[in-house]
Design a protein around this ligand. Structure first.
Ligand SMILES: *Cc1c(COP(=O)(O)O)cnc(C)c1O
Length: 332
C-alpha cells in the first residue's frame, strides 16, 4: 500500500527502533528519565527557547500551551481552519474555559493583522479577555513568510498578546526556507512540534517556551493525564528523528512537487505546492477516485479538497506509480 492520507502513517525505521531499545530510562514524572530530558533540552536549544516538555500528542501540546498562557474567561485568536481551533475537539474551551475567536485566513495561511486587530476585545467585563494569537506553520503545507512572523511578533507586543505557534510541521517550513528552525521559532513565546509527522517518530510532541510557561504546562500535563513514566523509549525515537530524519524532509517536498506538476499536466486542478502536501479540487468525484486508487494499492482520504501527503514511507517509485494511477483514472 502507498498511503498518501497523512505523514502520520510512517513506520519507525529499523535504526529508530534500535535507538528506542537502547534508550536510557527513568521515571519521567519524577523528572528522572535522562532521554526525555535530553530531548526536551535539545529541542528547546534548537528553537532558542528556554525549556521543553515532552507530551504524547500535538493536540496535548497545543492544549497545554493554551492552558499555560490563558486563564478561565480568556480568549485566543486563531485561524478558522487552524488545527488548534478546528481539529482538537474544542479542548481549550472544554478543559480550560478558554474561548476561541476564529478568524478567516488569507490564502497564504496567514491571518491578516488588520483583521486580527479588529477582533481584539476592549477591556470591558462584557468581553472575554483577548490573551493570545495562535498561528500554524506550515499551514496546509504552506510556509508563513519570515517577514510576516516578525510583523506578527511586533503586533502582539504592541497589543500585549502572547504568540503561540502550532509548529506541527515547523521542520518542513525550516527545510523549505533553508534556515535553522530558530529563525522561525524566535518570534514566538511558545512552539509545539510534532515528532510523529514527517519526522517519522511513532509518538510524541514537544512544547517549548520560557521556563515559567513550561512549568505551568508541566502541571497541566499531569492534570490531563499526560505524565508518562519510562517515556525515554519514545523520546529516543524523537532524538533519532532530529539527528537523522530532518534533512530528508526535502525529499518529501521534491516528491510532492513532482506529483503536483504531473497531476496538473494531466488536467487536475492542483494548488501550488510548497512542502509535502498536494491539494487537488476533486469535488464530489473524490469517493470514486478513492475506490479507483484503492484497487491499485493507493490510499487517500476522499475529501472534495483532496490532500495527498508525501513522507518517509513514500519513495520515488511510489510517486511514479501514483502518477500512473491518476493518469489511468483520468483516461478511464
Ligand atoms: C497533527 C497536527 C496536530 C496534532 O497532532 P496529534 O499528535 O495528531 O494530536 C496539531 N497541529 C497540526 C497542524 C497537525 O497537523
Amino acid at each position: 500500500m502507498i498511503d498518501l492520507r497523512s505523514d502520520t502513517v510512517t513506520q519507525p525505521t529499523p535504526a529508530m527502533r534500535q535507538a528506542m531499545l537502547d534508550a536510557e530510562l527513568g521515571d519521567d514524572v519524577y523528572g528522572e528519565d535522562p532521554t526525555v530530558t535530553r530531548l526536551e533540552q535539545r529541542l528547546a536549544g534548537d528553537l532558542g527557547l528556554e525549556a521543553g516538555l515532552f507530551v504524547p500528542s500535538g493536540t496535548m501540546s497545543n492544549l497545554l500551551g493554551l492552558l499555560a498562557h490563558c486563564e478561565r474567561g480568556d480568549e485566543y485568536l486563531v485561524g478558522q481552519q487552524a488545527h488548534t481551533y478546528k481539529y482538537e475537539g474544542g479542548g481549550a474551551a472544554v478543559l480550560g474555559s478558554i474561548q476561541p475567536q476564529p478568524i478567516e485566513m488569507a490564502a497564504d495561511g496567514s491571518l491578516d493583522l488588520d483583521l486580527v486587530r479588529s477582533y481584539i476585545k476592549a477591556d470591558d467585563f462584557h468581553f472575554a479577555r483577548t490573551r493570545l494569537l495562535a498561528l500554524e506553520n506550515t499551514m496546509h503545507g504552506k510556509v508563513l513568510p519570515l517577514a510576516y512572523l516578525a510583523a506578527a511578533r511586533a503586533f502582539t507586543r504592541e497589543h500585549g498578546l502572547a504568540l503561540h505557534l502550532d509548529g506541527a510541521r515547523l521542520y518542513n517550513a525550516a527545510v523549505k526556507l533553508g534556515v535553522p528552525v530558530r529563525e522561525i521559532s524566535q518570534h514566538f513565546d511558545s512552539v509545539s512540534i510534532c515528532l510523529s509527522k514527517g519526522l517519522g517518530a511513532p509518538v510524541g510532541s514537544v512544547l517549548c517556551g520560557d521556563a515559567e510557561l513550561i512549568a505551568k504546562a508541566r502541571r497541566w500535563r499531569k492534570v490531563v493525564g499526560g505524565g508518562m513514566r519510562q517515556a525515554g523509549m519514545l523520546a529516543a525515537a524523537g532524538l533519532h528523528a532530529l539527528d537523522h530524519q530532518v534533512e530528508r524532509l526535502a525529499e518529501d517536498h521534491t516528491h510532492a512537487a513532482q506529483l503536483g506538476t504531473a497531476l496538473a499536466e494531466l488536467g487536475y486542478q492542483v494548488e501550488p505546492v510548497q512542502t509535502n502536501m498536494v491539494y487537488l479540487a476533486m469535488g464530489n468525484e473524490a469517493p470514486a477516485l478513492q475506490a479507483f486508487l484503492a484497487a491499485r494499492g493507493i490510499r487517500i482520504s476522499p475529501a472534495p479538497r483532496l490532500r495527498l501527503v508525501t513522507h518517509l514511507d513514500v519513495n520515488a517509485a511510489d510517486i511514479e506509480a501514483v502518477i500512473a494511477a491518476f493518469a489511468a483514472y483520468r483516461h478511464r
